[in-house]
Design a binder for this molecule. Sequence first.
Ligand code: ZN
Length: 91
Amino acid sequence: MEHQIKCEHCGEWVDAKLEQCNYCGKTLREEEKKEAYSSKRLKDSLEPQLITIDDDDHPVLKIAKRIVQLGQVIFYAIITFLVWVTSWTIG
Ligand SMILES: [Zn+2]
């Protein structure tokens, strides 16, 4: 017997090799793809994300944002340093 999966859209059992359900025509394993996407998103969110300074920002806001950016850079530098020290001490 061939491997079958249940279509998450219409609930019919379809051939697992298919990309689209042959009953409702919708994409199969859509949830899996979404999960893969969200785990990628999570990974991305762990990367340092500095706030952006727009050219049309008020000069005072620009200075404030630069200070925040500097703080973020220092923060990530400390985290990176701590991770490095921890892995170095354990290893
Ligand atoms: Zn279906």
